[in-house]
Design a protein around this ligand. Sequence first.
Ligand SMILES: [Zn+2]
Length: 424
Amino acid sequence: MTKHPGLAAGTGSSVVVDRCQVCDGTDLKPGIFLGYLPPVNQMRPIGARPFEQPAYPAQWLFCTRCQLVQLGLIVDPRVLFPPDYPYSSGTTRILRENFAELYQEYRTLLPLEAKDLVVDIGSNDGTLLANFQAGGHRVHGVEPTAMGDLANKRGIATTIAFFGRESAERVRSAEGPARLITATNVFAHIENIHDIVESILLLLRDDGVFVSESHYLVSLLETLQYDTIYHEHLRYYSLRSLSWLLGMHGLEVIHAKRIPTHGGSIRVYAARRGMHQVRPTVAEMLAAEDKAGAMADRLRDFERRVMMSKLALHATVLDLKKQGARIFGVGAPSRASTLINHVGLDEGMLECVVEVPGSHKVGKYMPGTLIPVVEESRLFEAQPEYALLLSWHIADELIPKLAAKGFHGRYLVPLPEPRVVERR
Ligand SMILES: [Zn+2]
């Protein structure tokens, strides 16, 4: 078992990655550098005097041994997620549909009896588990934030805790071992990933199945989602690198599939080696990854395309500004901060960013800028000529919504290539 020599957690600072976060390898090749990014959850109130705020270098490293693409600096989670920071869950339609589809797919692939326990790690408000519960199965969530209380109120038993050895043992002694454990959007964020996998094994029945969903590196590269690179995302998985991680713990991948969440993710089924039949989807996806070329070459190509995309977005904004157009940003998810900071958008180019009413981001500046975040109603009152979609990966879901709410302007979709969409 490899253990990183120094964890960033609790340091109030950061730790340099000089050995691979997963395999402990030392041959780490430098990849794209997006500059110094401010923590996305530290937002200065509008009008506050400038005060000292941290920014951390965001650079990828590529491990030639296990093929993992990872950030070269691990920032203390307490810096990234301040304790006083209100948590908000963004449950999009795509996400809800995906969880329902996961349930249906699982039922057709593998046996699941009524008495079987299904555990979801980072279970949020219980949306995923609700599908299994409606199917008559026993369910249990593990969720550290107040969203877990909401799940309990909905009747979905939830342990309010970070997932780890202690909470795994607590759930196991209360409910018995799990037939199925799910973890969506968890594997990229947690610093000590080996502890998480070991705790999953503690809770998983010998013939149990572990299903994870992670943002997919291949989708990220294909659709130029460099804006999903920020310090909360420590690791960027291909199936190859995820298999390596699971394999270190005696798990083998038995099924893999691409899914549309978060702009392109992979759903990976794993089980203890030899316990389940391995489906052809695994070899197929690995072959597709290999066929696309050596990862080192793909990463160099990605760097060049990101640079070209940045210049193209500048050129588009320049054209619009010459015409005297006003541009508002729509949505302030974490990825918006990377895009705005890397491209160098400022309050002259982007008058403001609008957010849904009640968002804790309203009344603050976008990280690293003087672009104010204001309530969404401003968009409908001011009717700027252009709305820059910062959640561009769900543009198809957003555009009809904004049009229905009364926005008459055009839409600027920044990535993968900047394009203008007329209202529908
Ligand atoms: Zn490695």
